[in-house]
Ligand binder design. Structure first.
Ligand SMILES: C[S@@+](CC[C@H](N)C(=O)[O-])C[C@H]1O[C@@H](n2cnc3c(N)ncnc32)[C@H](O)[C@@H]1O
Length: 308
């Protein structure tokens, strides 16, 4: 790891002085690209040690932590990575806190447009379109969002706004996020449900006859055996003709090195084969169609399965 600390020092020193001189775009671009390069040519163990420890002693850490998004991801005030308030910073739905420095606000202006964060907005928009697509095919479809966060895609859906979706369950393990969903979206027919991957797998939280089940921002945390079991459970909850869609980050997005270091936000990435593999235990006779596809920017992979 010491060699990585030495190797990264020149990169961090240069980015530090550029950002301090308010050359934000140049400094942040070089930092993100430089980290991506180091990550690519380093063994997973060495990289992980460097990301969690080695890189964090450089003063650039306190500089980039002036960005409220980078800092929130790193500090995890809700006790877990990727909470819905952080996602709202990514969605551009929160003003930067009043105490943010001018450098911090400028870094946020950069990070909110970076590839990893843009991918999250594209993912939300694709799900809003899927909701509309299902509602165009089926009258008053029954839907479930697993790990819904603030369920922002529903607020982008034309079908939800027009009252063309039937029962719409929004499940999350975070009660604070669900309270916000209740406040903002109960009037649109959304039902918040407190539950988790664990309660779903144990059968303590269950749904049936659903037309559409989806999950974004969850499978990126699930090891393969858990992902496979959850996929089976969710598929069981569909009625014939129903669809399941799950999303996952692809492995080589350029911002991942920055996310894993200064944001303290490592994920489990999946390629197409690994994504298809989470459907491996579905009863073949009940699968009408299965598709693996990407967003237009090649950041996120989707698995979509239709029940016979
Ligand atoms: C990255 S956010 C994604 C939120 C939303 N789906 C989106 O794409 O904006 C991850 C969400 O997963 C929830 N979550 C994490 N682990 C969970 C679990 N084991 N069971 C249920 N929800 C979970 C968190 O509370 C958080 O709201």
């Amino acid at each position: 790891m010491n060699s990585l600390v030495t190797e990264s020092r020149a990169l961090f020193d240069k980015a530090y002085s550029q950002i301090n001189d308010f050359q934000i775009i140049q400094g942040m671009s070089e930092l993100i690209t430089g980290l991506h390069g180091i990550r690519r040519r380093t063994s997973p163990n060495d990289w992980s040690e460097f990301a969690k420890q080695g890189c964090l002693n450089h003063p650039i850490k306190s500089l980039v932590h002036q960005d409220p998004m980078t800092r929130r991801a790193f500090e995890k005030p809700r006790g877990y990575a990727g909470d819905a308030e952080l996602l709202d910073l990514i969605y551009g739905l929160r003003p930067v806190p009043a105490e943010t420095t001018s450098v911090g606000a400028a870094i946020y202006g950069f990070t909110v447009q970076a590839s990893g964060t843009s991918a999250v907005r594209v993912r939300r928009d694709m799900l809003a379109e899927k909701i509309d697509e299902v509602a165009a095919e089926i009258e008053q479809p029954r839907m479930l969002a697993v790990a819904c966060g603030h369920l922002r895609e529903a607020q982008k859906s034309k079908a939800v706004a027009a009252g063309r979706v039937g029962d719409f369950y929004a499940l999350d393990q975070d009660k604070v996020s669900l309270e916000l969903v209740a406040r903002e979206q109960s009037a649109n027919g959304i039902t918040p449900v407190h539950g988790s991957v664990k309660t779903l797998l144990k059968g303590e939280t269950t749904f049936s006859n659903l037309d559409f089940v989806y999950s974004t921002g969850l499978y990126d945390y699930l090891p393969q055996p858990v992902a496979i079991s959850l996929t089976n459970k969710l598929f069981d909850m569909l009625r014939p003709g129903g669809r399941l869609v799950v999303a996952n980050f692809l492995p080589d997005v350029v911002s991942l090195g920055y996310m894993e270091t200064f944001m303290g936000w490592p994920l489990i990435y999946r390629n197409d084969e690994e994504m298809a593999d989470i459907a491996v235990n579905l009863p073949a006779g009940q699968v009408a169609a299965e598709q693996v596809y990407h967003d237009a920017h090649e950041h996120v992979v989707f698995l979509e399965v239709k029940k016979r």
